[in-house]
Every structure is written in structure tokens, then in C-alpha cells.
Design a protein around this ligand. Structure first.
Ligand SMILES: N[C@@H](CCC(=O)N[C@@H](CS)C(=O)NCC(=O)O)C(=O)O
Length: 203
């Protein structure tokens, strides 16, 4: 497998999943700051010009959550994902989708209207609304987590990678986590050796 990515972006999720799975992979740094994702060569891999891209058996695949799940499915010994068709898998998918659509989305909206969009497209009122939406989602996550170690119980899963990485972003967005159990969950996720290896990467 070949991962195209850049440190401190959504490709960290995929790198984290690869590290947790113990999967051999090649890493290709795509320097977003230098426009490397907008070249014709890169757009041949992803016409949207975004990372992460994972090349598997000659096929270029995108979308961080889908890539994490593929890696987990292909490395059953790492026990990162329950078997397809089980209720445990449905619960895992539920939290993966929640991470992307409920938790990440307001954080990204906040970031876009603070700095990521061209200045003329930023709307000053939106960050407050997005922060409110993030807090609502974070409270729902805290309730779902309860006193469990990980979101599915005792077993760390691919859902924890997506939720944990998104909570890392909440820090840089200046969002306090609304519950102590969520803070402790984030700290547990950050302390995993696989994540520490990802965090140490500079490109
Ligand atoms: N939904 C996609 C989003 C991918 C994405 O937006 N990637 C960002 C980096 S975190 C990117 O490549 N941005 C470059 C650009 O927008 O030109 C995923 O989760 O993989």
C-alpha cells in the first residue's frame, strides 16, 4: 500500500490506522503548501486534488474514513473493526460516520470561516454557530462513551482513530471538551504508541 499524505492533515488518520494494523506501507509526502496536490499527476490519482490517497493493488482510493476501514478489514489480526454484518460492526460504522458528519463537519466549518477559505468568502458569524454545533456533537459523544475505555467498549477500534483524530483538531480550534470522560478518552488515544509515531512525523 502507498499512502499519499502530509503531516497534520486527515492523512494522519490513515497513517494511524496503518501503524495500528502493523501494515507495511510506503509513504509519499504531498506538500500541500507548495500546491503538490494540484498537479496533473496528483489529480490523476484524485481529481479533487486532496489527500489522503491510498494506492492499493494499483487502485487509487480516497476518503479517510473509508481508507481506515479498508485497512482495518484487511488486517483482522489487529482487531480494529468488527466483522461485516454484525451489530458490533453497525455500531462501529455508526461512530465512524458520526466522526465525519457530526463531529468533524462543524470543526472544519469553523476553520474554513476563520482562515481556510479565501478572505472574501469568510462569514464572521459562522464560527460561533459551528462551535455551538461542535459542542452539541461532543456532548452526544461523551454520553455515548460513558465510562467505557473506547467507543465500542474495551476494544480499541477504527472508530476511535476517527473520533480521536477529530478531537485533536478540536484543540487547535480552541474548543474545550464538554466532559471529563471525553478529555480522558482523548488522552488515552493520544498515548497510543501508533499515534505517537504519527505525531512524530514531520512531513
Ligand atoms: N473528506 C476527505 C477530505 C480530504 C481533505 O479535505 N483533505 C485536505 C487535507 S486535510 C486536502 O487535501 N486539502 C487540499 C485542498 O483542499 O486543496 C477525507 O476525509 O479524506
Amino acid at each position: 500500500m502507498k499512502l499519499y499524505g502530509c503531516a497534520k492533515t486527515r492523512s494522519d488518520r490513515v497513517r494511524w490506522a496503518l501503524e495500528e494494523a502493523g501494515a507495511p506501507y510506503e509513504y509519499v509526502h504531498v506538500d500541500l503548501g507548495k500546491g503538490a496536490s494540484r498537479t496533473p499527476e496528483f489529480r490523476a490519482l484524485n481529481p479533487d486534488g486532496k489527500i489522503p490517497v491510498l494506492e492499493v493493488d494499483g487502485m487509487a482510493l480516497t476518503e479517510s474514513a473509508a481508507l481506515c476501514r479498508l485497512i482495518a478489514d484487511r488486517h483482522p489480526a489487529a482487531a480494529l473493526i468488527p466483522a461485516a454484518g454484525t451489530l458490533a460492526r453497525a455500531r462501529c460504522d455508526q461512530w465512524c460516520d458520526f466522526a465525519i458528519s457530526e463531529l468533524e463537519q462543524p470543526l472544519w466549518t469553523l476553520a474554513k470561516h476563520r482562515f481556510a477559505l479565501p478572505a472574501g468568502l469568510r462569514l464572521p458569524a459562522i464560527p460561533d454557530t459551528a462551535a455551538w454545533e461542535f459542542q452539541r456533537a461532543a456532548r452526544a459523544l461523551a454520553t455515548g462513551l460513558g465510562e467505557q475505555t473506547w467507543i465500542l467498549g474495551e476494544q480499541f477500534s477504527v472508530a476511535d482513530i476517527l473520533l480521536g483524530h477529530t478531537l485533536v483538531w478540536s484543540r487547535s480550534a480552541g474548543q474545550e471538551l464538554p466532559a471529563p470522560n471525553l478529555q480522558a478518552y482523548l488522552e488515552r488515544a493520544l498515548a497510543r504508541p501508533a499515534y505517537e509515531r504519527v505525531r512524530a512525523a514531520v512531513v
